[in-house]
Design a protein around this ligand. Structure first.
Ligand SMILES: NC(=O)C1=CN([C@@H]2O[C@H](COP(=O)(O)OP(=O)(O)OC[C@H]3O[C@@H](n4cnc5c(N)ncnc54)[C@H](O)[C@@H]3O)[C@@H](O)[C@H]2O)C=CC1
Ligand SMILES: O=C(O)C(=O)[C@H](O)COP(=O)(O)O
Length: 384
């Protein structure tokens, strides 16, 4: 069996070597020729999987080690009897930690002793949005959920949902929808001139869903006005050829790495391994946990003199500080268009190992219940 796989999928050998031969190719530049003789195709989000790529090949199963599926023509796969699996939720926790880290920087920048005075509008309350909302609520933030498809499907049975207009009135608005251009609630350019107009300089807009959910031209125009909101973007229209002017206009700019914790990436590989095993009728023998190394930093101790909010921010930033990615992306915007696109992908390919908060045991000497609960809400393990 020949498995053609994006070279950026971690642990390919560990999970798949005993199932067949593996051919590693560039996900961004994968061609018909690369996949013609493949039985199985494993991708990440940068490969468009459709008729153009697969017609005439013998591929019988496609797996994407990502949450997003907008790069896959699932209808064409189904029509052609090709099995498919994504990795729903695989890196949701990583995205949640990215948002928490951005919020902590924002709260500090605004001079809030305690960031949880802010209201947060979560647009898209699926795996990422609902996990984020749950953590924020435990931390004391006021959270409003906007998810019209869920509101329609769940009615009175679900949580309370608000309209997009209401969500856009929150101090922070964070986007977690898939990219869709069909159906009753398409998200392509969901945020355009009309939605950006009422935002003010006291608000923060975060996008770690897909770049095309915001209209770049409308956002650039809004950011050039005096009362523009603060914006943190992890995802961009037209990746990897992103707009350098937009990078210059936003507060925090990261190269689509919100989901790039080691745990999230390895879980993505594990989930497509499980799906392929099921497709082939093979037993599932491997687990992500067996391949996760001991983190370089495994314990952190705060003494009884530590201030709760400062300690929480410190611990969060020990695990992840988006400012490092922001600096790298801004540096990558030098050069011509081709060099910039290559640099964007280079940052993602060579991304440093980032561990989730759950990899860190935190000891809180003499801490009260509230401090312990805050650390647990973020996801740290407490060392008693
Ligand atoms: N920046 C990054 O590294 C990553 C980005 N993502 C992106 O985040 C997206 C969301 O991930 P999950 O929460 O796991 O997906 P999910 O499928 O679990 O949830 C998406 C939610 O968005 C809702 N939704 C759909 N259309 C909407 C609309 N017009 N307005 C408001 N809500 C709408 C859906 O009803 C659903 O509840 C993915 O589709 C992917 O594109 C995912 C992982 C990493
Ligand atoms: O899971 C998703 O959806 C994502 O956006 C991934 O984190 C993107 O990673 P790559 O596929 O671009 O490596």
């Amino acid at each position: 069996m020949l498995i053609v796989a994006d070279e950026n999928i971690p642990l390919l050998d560990a999970f798949f070597a005993d199932m067949g031969d593996i051919r590693r190719v560039s996900g961004r530049h994968m061609s018909r020729k690369d996949v013609r003789d493949a039985d199985v195709l494993l991708v990440r989000s940068v490969t468009r999987v459709d008729r153009d790529l697969l017609a005439g090949s013998r591929v019988k199963f496609v797996g994407t080690a990502t949450i997003g599926t907008d790069h896959i023509d699932q209808q064409w796969l189904a029509d052609n009897g090709i099995g498919f699996s994504a990795a729903p939720g695989c890196n949701a926790n990583s995205v949640v930690e990215y948002v928490l880290a951005v919020l902590s920087l924002h709260a500090e920048r605004c001079g809030f002793a305690n960031g949880n005075e802010l209201s947060v509008g979560v647009v898209g309350a699926g795996n990422v949005g609902s996990r984020l909302a749950e953590k924020l609520q435990r931390l004391g933030f006021k959270v409003l959920l906007c998810d019209p498809p869920r509101a329609e499907a769940e009615g009175d049975q679900g949580p309370e949902f608000v309209s997009l207009e209401q969500a856009l009135q929150c101090d922070v608005v964070t986007l977690h929808t898939p990219l869709t251009d069909q159906g009753r609630h398409p998200t392509h350019h969901l945020i355009g001139e009309k939605q950006l107009a009422p935002l003010n300089a006291g608000q923060l807009l975060i996008n770690s869903g897909r770049g095309e959910v915001i209209d770049t031209e409308a956002l650039k125009a809004r950011l050039k006005q005096d009362d523009a909101p603060l914006v943190a973007l992890d995802v961009w229209e037209n990746e990897p050829a992103i707009d350098p002017e937009l990078v210059g206009l936003v507060w925090l700019a990261t190269p689509h790495i919100a989901g790039y914790s080691l745990e999230g990436k390895v879980r993505g590989t594990e989930m497509i391994y499980q799906a392929l095993s099921k497709h082939l009728g093979l037993p599932v023998r491997k687990k992500a946990g067996q391949f996760l190394p001991e983190p370089p930093l495994s314990k952190l101790t705060f003494t009884s003199t530590a201030d709760e909010q400062k300690a929480l921010r410190t611990a969060l930033r020990v695990c992840y500080d988006p400012r490092a990615d922001d600096v790298q992306l801004r540096l990558a915007m030098n050069g011509d268009a081709g060099e910039r696109a290559e640099a964007f992908d280079g940052l993602r390919k060579n991304y440093p190992v980032r561990r989730e908060c759950s990899s860190l045991k935190v000891q809180l000497k003499g801490a009260g219940r509230s401090m312990q609960e805050s650390f647990k809400a973020v996801g740290f393990k407490l060392k008693l």
